[in-house]
Design a protein around this ligand. Structure first.
Ligand SMILES: [Zn+2]
Length: 322
Protein backbone atom coordinates (compact mmCIF):
# COMPACT_ATOMS: atom_id res chain seq x y z
CA UNK A 1 0.00 0.00 0.00
CA UNK A 2 2.64 2.51 1.08
CA UNK A 3 4.71 1.66 -1.92
CA UNK A 4 1.77 2.11 -4.19
CA UNK A 5 0.98 5.51 -2.73
CA UNK A 6 4.60 6.51 -3.06
CA UNK A 7 4.60 5.29 -6.63
CA UNK A 8 1.47 7.29 -7.34
CA UNK A 9 3.00 10.36 -5.75
CA UNK A 10 6.09 9.76 -7.81
CA UNK A 11 4.08 9.50 -11.01
CA UNK A 12 2.12 12.62 -10.07
CA UNK A 13 5.33 14.47 -9.41
CA UNK A 14 6.66 13.59 -12.85
CA UNK A 15 3.36 14.54 -14.41
CA UNK A 16 3.45 17.85 -12.57
CA UNK A 17 7.07 18.55 -13.56
CA UNK A 18 6.18 17.68 -17.14
CA UNK A 19 3.36 20.21 -17.14
CA UNK A 20 5.52 22.77 -15.38
CA UNK A 21 8.28 22.51 -17.98
CA UNK A 22 5.73 22.65 -20.84
CA UNK A 23 4.30 25.76 -19.28
CA UNK A 24 7.78 27.22 -18.97
CA UNK A 25 8.44 26.70 -22.63
CA UNK A 26 4.99 28.06 -23.58
CA UNK A 27 5.71 31.18 -21.55
CA UNK A 28 9.09 31.39 -23.16
CA UNK A 29 7.60 31.15 -26.65
CA UNK A 30 5.02 33.79 -25.78
CA UNK A 31 7.73 36.10 -24.41
CA UNK A 32 9.76 35.74 -27.61
CA UNK A 33 6.70 36.31 -29.79
CA UNK A 34 5.47 39.25 -27.74
CA UNK A 35 8.81 41.05 -27.71
CA UNK A 36 9.27 40.53 -31.46
CA UNK A 37 5.77 41.77 -32.19
CA UNK A 38 6.49 45.00 -30.36
CA UNK A 39 10.06 45.71 -31.51
CA UNK A 40 9.41 44.88 -35.16
CA UNK A 41 5.92 46.40 -35.28
CA UNK A 42 4.98 49.10 -37.76
CA UNK A 43 4.30 51.27 -34.69
CA UNK A 44 8.08 51.53 -34.13
CA UNK A 45 8.55 52.63 -37.75
CA UNK A 46 11.76 50.69 -38.23
CA UNK A 47 13.64 52.02 -35.15
CA UNK A 48 15.81 54.37 -37.21
CA UNK A 49 19.28 55.01 -35.77
CA UNK A 50 19.22 57.97 -33.39
CA UNK A 51 15.47 58.55 -33.81
CA UNK A 52 12.56 58.84 -31.39
CA UNK A 53 11.52 55.36 -32.55
CA UNK A 54 14.91 54.00 -31.46
CA UNK A 55 14.26 55.66 -28.08
CA UNK A 56 10.90 53.84 -27.88
CA UNK A 57 12.71 50.54 -28.46
CA UNK A 58 15.29 51.53 -25.82
CA UNK A 59 12.58 52.40 -23.31
CA UNK A 60 10.84 49.09 -23.91
CA UNK A 61 14.06 47.10 -23.49
CA UNK A 62 14.88 49.03 -20.32
CA UNK A 63 11.45 48.31 -18.88
CA UNK A 64 11.85 44.62 -19.73
CA UNK A 65 15.21 44.53 -17.91
CA UNK A 66 13.54 46.15 -14.88
CA UNK A 67 10.77 43.56 -14.90
CA UNK A 68 13.27 40.72 -15.23
CA UNK A 69 15.26 41.95 -12.23
CA UNK A 70 18.43 43.16 -13.93
CA UNK A 71 20.00 46.23 -12.28
CA UNK A 72 20.33 49.45 -14.27
CA UNK A 73 23.86 50.46 -15.30
CA UNK A 74 23.18 53.44 -17.56
CA UNK A 75 23.12 57.15 -16.69
CA UNK A 76 21.96 58.46 -13.31
CA UNK A 77 20.64 55.20 -11.94
CA UNK A 78 18.66 54.33 -15.08
CA UNK A 79 19.19 51.83 -17.89
CA UNK A 80 19.63 54.30 -20.72
CA UNK A 81 23.07 55.66 -21.50
CA UNK A 82 22.62 58.86 -23.44
CA UNK A 83 25.05 59.05 -26.34
CA UNK A 84 25.95 62.39 -27.78
CA UNK A 85 28.97 64.00 -29.36
CA UNK A 86 30.95 63.77 -32.56
CA UNK A 87 31.19 60.28 -34.06
CA UNK A 88 32.51 58.45 -37.09
CA UNK A 89 30.02 57.52 -39.80
CA UNK A 90 30.32 55.06 -42.68
CA UNK A 91 29.84 57.58 -45.47
CA UNK A 92 29.75 61.09 -44.05
CA UNK A 93 32.89 60.91 -41.90
CA UNK A 94 32.61 62.71 -38.55
CA UNK A 95 29.44 64.44 -37.41
CA UNK A 96 27.36 65.35 -34.36
CA UNK A 97 25.00 62.60 -33.30
CA UNK A 98 22.62 61.64 -30.54
CA UNK A 99 21.59 58.08 -29.82
CA UNK A 100 21.49 55.85 -26.75
CA UNK A 101 22.44 52.46 -25.37
CA UNK A 102 20.52 50.39 -22.83
CA UNK A 103 22.70 48.84 -20.14
CA UNK A 104 21.71 46.32 -17.48
CA UNK A 105 23.92 44.49 -15.04
CA UNK A 106 23.67 41.26 -13.10
CA UNK A 107 26.43 41.43 -10.53
CA UNK A 108 28.34 38.20 -10.02
CA UNK A 109 27.89 36.39 -6.72
CA UNK A 110 31.48 35.29 -6.35
CA UNK A 111 33.67 37.88 -4.61
CA UNK A 112 36.78 36.77 -6.52
CA UNK A 113 35.09 36.44 -9.91
CA UNK A 114 32.59 39.28 -10.01
CA UNK A 115 35.13 41.67 -11.53
CA UNK A 116 35.12 39.41 -14.59
CA UNK A 117 32.40 40.49 -16.98
CA UNK A 118 30.55 38.61 -19.70
CA UNK A 119 29.05 41.08 -22.16
CA UNK A 120 25.91 40.06 -24.08
CA UNK A 121 24.85 42.51 -26.77
CA UNK A 122 22.56 43.23 -29.70
CA UNK A 123 21.63 46.39 -31.58
CA UNK A 124 18.19 47.89 -31.22
CA UNK A 125 18.17 50.26 -34.20
CA UNK A 126 17.31 49.50 -37.80
CA UNK A 127 16.73 51.57 -40.92
CA UNK A 128 13.48 53.39 -40.18
CA UNK A 129 11.21 54.51 -43.00
CA UNK A 130 12.70 54.46 -46.46
CA UNK A 131 12.16 53.81 -50.11
CA UNK A 132 8.95 51.79 -50.58
CA UNK A 133 9.24 48.23 -51.86
CA UNK A 134 5.95 46.65 -53.01
CA UNK A 135 4.05 49.48 -51.30
CA UNK A 136 5.74 49.03 -47.90
CA UNK A 137 8.12 51.73 -46.64
CA UNK A 138 8.69 50.52 -43.05
CA UNK A 139 11.98 48.71 -42.60
CA UNK A 140 10.89 46.68 -39.56
CA UNK A 141 14.20 44.92 -38.93
CA UNK A 142 12.63 41.85 -37.38
CA UNK A 143 15.59 39.60 -38.07
CA UNK A 144 18.04 42.56 -38.05
CA UNK A 145 18.18 42.91 -35.13
CA UNK A 146 14.99 42.62 -33.09
CA UNK A 147 15.81 38.89 -33.03
CA UNK A 148 19.18 39.53 -31.37
CA UNK A 149 17.64 41.91 -28.82
CA UNK A 150 15.06 39.29 -27.89
CA UNK A 151 17.80 36.67 -27.53
CA UNK A 152 19.66 38.94 -25.09
CA UNK A 153 16.42 39.58 -23.16
CA UNK A 154 15.74 35.85 -22.85
CA UNK A 155 19.31 35.21 -21.70
CA UNK A 156 18.81 37.94 -19.08
CA UNK A 157 15.58 36.28 -17.96
CA UNK A 158 17.22 32.91 -17.63
CA UNK A 159 20.31 34.19 -15.81
CA UNK A 160 18.29 36.39 -13.42
CA UNK A 161 15.78 33.65 -12.72
CA UNK A 162 18.31 31.03 -11.65
CA UNK A 163 21.14 31.16 -9.15
CA UNK A 164 23.12 34.36 -9.81
CA UNK A 165 26.22 33.55 -11.85
CA UNK A 166 29.70 33.87 -10.33
CA UNK A 167 30.81 36.36 -12.96
CA UNK A 168 29.07 39.66 -13.62
CA UNK A 169 26.94 39.73 -16.76
CA UNK A 170 26.27 42.97 -18.66
CA UNK A 171 23.33 43.14 -21.06
CA UNK A 172 23.74 45.94 -23.58
CA UNK A 173 21.51 47.05 -26.43
CA UNK A 174 23.44 49.39 -28.71
CA UNK A 175 21.91 52.29 -30.58
CA UNK A 176 22.93 53.38 -34.07
CA UNK A 177 24.73 50.25 -35.23
CA UNK A 178 23.33 50.57 -38.74
CA UNK A 179 24.95 54.01 -39.20
CA UNK A 180 28.39 52.85 -38.05
CA UNK A 181 28.17 51.85 -34.39
CA UNK A 182 27.92 55.26 -32.73
CA UNK A 183 26.33 53.74 -29.59
CA UNK A 184 29.15 51.26 -29.44
CA UNK A 185 31.83 53.97 -29.97
CA UNK A 186 30.41 55.86 -27.00
CA UNK A 187 30.12 52.72 -24.88
CA UNK A 188 33.84 52.09 -25.41
CA UNK A 189 34.64 55.67 -24.37
CA UNK A 190 32.31 55.49 -21.34
CA UNK A 191 32.23 51.85 -20.30
CA UNK A 192 30.21 50.98 -17.17
CA UNK A 193 33.01 48.56 -16.21
CA UNK A 194 36.71 48.74 -17.16
CA UNK A 195 37.12 47.33 -20.68
CA UNK A 196 39.97 45.11 -19.44
CA UNK A 197 37.49 43.35 -17.13
CA UNK A 198 35.36 42.17 -20.06
CA UNK A 199 36.27 38.53 -20.49
CA UNK A 200 34.13 37.92 -23.57
CA UNK A 201 31.50 39.58 -25.72
CA UNK A 202 28.80 37.76 -27.66
CA UNK A 203 26.77 39.93 -30.00
CA UNK A 204 23.50 38.39 -31.23
CA UNK A 205 22.57 39.34 -34.77
CA UNK A 206 19.92 37.92 -37.04
CA UNK A 207 18.96 34.61 -35.52
CA UNK A 208 15.30 34.81 -36.62
CA UNK A 209 15.71 32.49 -39.58
CA UNK A 210 17.79 29.40 -40.23
CA UNK A 211 20.81 29.46 -42.53
CA UNK A 212 20.68 26.69 -45.14
CA UNK A 213 24.49 26.80 -45.35
CA UNK A 214 24.66 25.07 -41.93
CA UNK A 215 22.50 22.42 -40.22
CA UNK A 216 18.98 23.67 -39.32
CA UNK A 217 19.68 23.74 -35.57
CA UNK A 218 23.09 25.38 -35.89
CA UNK A 219 24.19 28.94 -35.36
CA UNK A 220 27.47 30.31 -36.55
CA UNK A 221 30.01 32.49 -34.87
CA UNK A 222 31.84 35.17 -36.81
CA UNK A 223 35.61 34.83 -36.63
CA UNK A 224 35.15 31.35 -35.13
CA UNK A 225 38.80 30.34 -35.63
CA UNK A 226 40.19 33.63 -34.31
CA UNK A 227 39.77 32.63 -30.64
CA UNK A 228 39.10 29.58 -28.49
CA UNK A 229 35.71 30.95 -27.32
CA UNK A 230 33.54 29.35 -30.04
CA UNK A 231 35.13 25.89 -29.77
CA UNK A 232 34.85 26.01 -25.96
CA UNK A 233 31.18 27.05 -26.06
CA UNK A 234 30.55 24.26 -28.56
CA UNK A 235 32.16 21.80 -26.12
CA UNK A 236 29.61 23.01 -23.57
CA UNK A 237 26.62 22.34 -25.78
CA UNK A 238 26.36 25.39 -28.04
CA UNK A 239 25.38 24.49 -31.60
CA UNK A 240 28.01 26.91 -32.82
CA UNK A 241 30.02 26.39 -35.99
CA UNK A 242 32.29 28.53 -38.14
CA UNK A 243 30.69 31.27 -40.24
CA UNK A 244 29.98 29.67 -43.64
CA UNK A 245 30.15 33.05 -45.42
CA UNK A 246 33.72 34.26 -44.78
CA UNK A 247 33.68 36.35 -47.98
CA UNK A 248 31.02 38.56 -46.30
CA UNK A 249 33.44 39.67 -43.54
CA UNK A 250 30.69 39.46 -40.93
CA UNK A 251 33.26 39.50 -38.12
CA UNK A 252 33.94 43.13 -39.07
CA UNK A 253 30.28 44.01 -39.68
CA UNK A 254 28.78 44.23 -36.22
CA UNK A 255 29.37 45.87 -32.86
CA UNK A 256 31.64 43.03 -31.71
CA UNK A 257 34.40 44.31 -33.99
CA UNK A 258 35.09 47.60 -32.17
CA UNK A 259 35.36 45.62 -28.92
CA UNK A 260 37.64 43.08 -30.57
CA UNK A 261 39.91 45.89 -31.73
CA UNK A 262 40.18 46.91 -28.06
CA UNK A 263 41.37 43.40 -27.26
CA UNK A 264 38.11 41.94 -25.93
CA UNK A 265 37.43 38.44 -27.28
CA UNK A 266 34.28 39.46 -29.12
CA UNK A 267 32.26 37.61 -31.74
CA UNK A 268 28.78 37.67 -33.27
CA UNK A 269 26.34 34.76 -33.04
CA UNK A 270 24.08 34.53 -36.09
CA UNK A 271 22.17 32.34 -38.53
CA UNK A 272 21.81 34.87 -41.31
CA UNK A 273 21.50 32.86 -44.50
CA UNK A 274 21.91 35.88 -46.81
CA UNK A 275 18.14 36.05 -47.32
CA UNK A 276 16.83 38.61 -49.78
CA UNK A 277 14.72 40.41 -47.15
CA UNK A 278 17.94 41.78 -45.59
CA UNK A 279 17.67 45.58 -45.24
CA UNK A 280 14.29 45.57 -46.96
CA UNK A 281 10.78 46.33 -45.61
CA UNK A 282 10.01 42.60 -45.86
CA UNK A 283 12.39 41.81 -42.96
CA UNK A 284 9.28 41.68 -40.78
CA UNK A 285 7.66 39.40 -38.20
CA UNK A 286 5.80 37.45 -40.91
CA UNK A 287 9.18 36.20 -42.17
CA UNK A 288 10.50 35.09 -38.78
CA UNK A 289 10.82 31.35 -38.25
CA UNK A 290 9.81 31.26 -34.60
CA UNK A 291 10.58 27.57 -34.18
CA UNK A 292 14.13 28.21 -35.31
CA UNK A 293 14.47 31.34 -33.23
CA UNK A 294 13.21 29.68 -30.02
CA UNK A 295 15.47 26.70 -30.55
CA UNK A 296 18.41 29.01 -31.32
CA UNK A 297 17.93 30.95 -28.09
CA UNK A 298 17.44 27.80 -26.02
CA UNK A 299 20.59 26.29 -27.47
CA UNK A 300 22.65 29.18 -26.07
CA UNK A 301 21.19 29.25 -22.54
CA UNK A 302 23.29 26.50 -20.96
CA UNK A 303 26.54 27.42 -22.74
CA UNK A 304 26.18 31.07 -21.65
CA UNK A 305 25.33 29.97 -18.09
CA UNK A 306 28.43 27.83 -18.14
CA UNK A 307 30.56 30.76 -19.35
CA UNK A 308 29.12 33.06 -16.66
CA UNK A 309 30.10 30.57 -13.95
CA UNK A 310 33.34 29.27 -15.37
CA UNK A 311 36.92 30.33 -14.73
CA UNK A 312 37.67 29.87 -18.42
CA UNK A 313 39.15 33.01 -19.97
CA UNK A 314 39.00 32.92 -23.75
CA UNK A 315 41.97 34.07 -25.73
CA UNK A 316 42.83 34.97 -29.30
CA UNK A 317 44.61 32.39 -31.37
CA UNK A 318 48.18 33.42 -32.29
CA UNK A 319 48.12 36.13 -34.95
CA UNK A 320 44.28 36.19 -35.16
CA UNK A 321 43.58 39.16 -32.91
CA UNK A 322 42.24 41.99 -35.10
ZN1 LIG B 1 22.31 44.07 -37.65
Amino acid sequence: MATRIKLLLFINLFYFLGIASDQHSNIDQAQIHGAMEFLASDALQGRASGSHDELLAATYLASQLREIGIEPAGDEGGYIQNVSGEFNFFREGKKQWNTRNVIGKLEGRDEKMKDQVILLTAHMDHMGIGKPVNGDNIYNGADDDASGCVAVLQLARELAHEKTPKRTVLFVFFGSEETGGQGNQYFLQHPPVPIKNIVANLEFEMIGRADSAVKPDELWLTGFDRSNLGPELAKHGAKLVADPHPQQNFFQRSDNYALAKQGVVAHTVSSFGLHTDYHRPSDDVAHIDFNHMEQAIHSMLDPVKWLANSEFKPDWEAGKKP
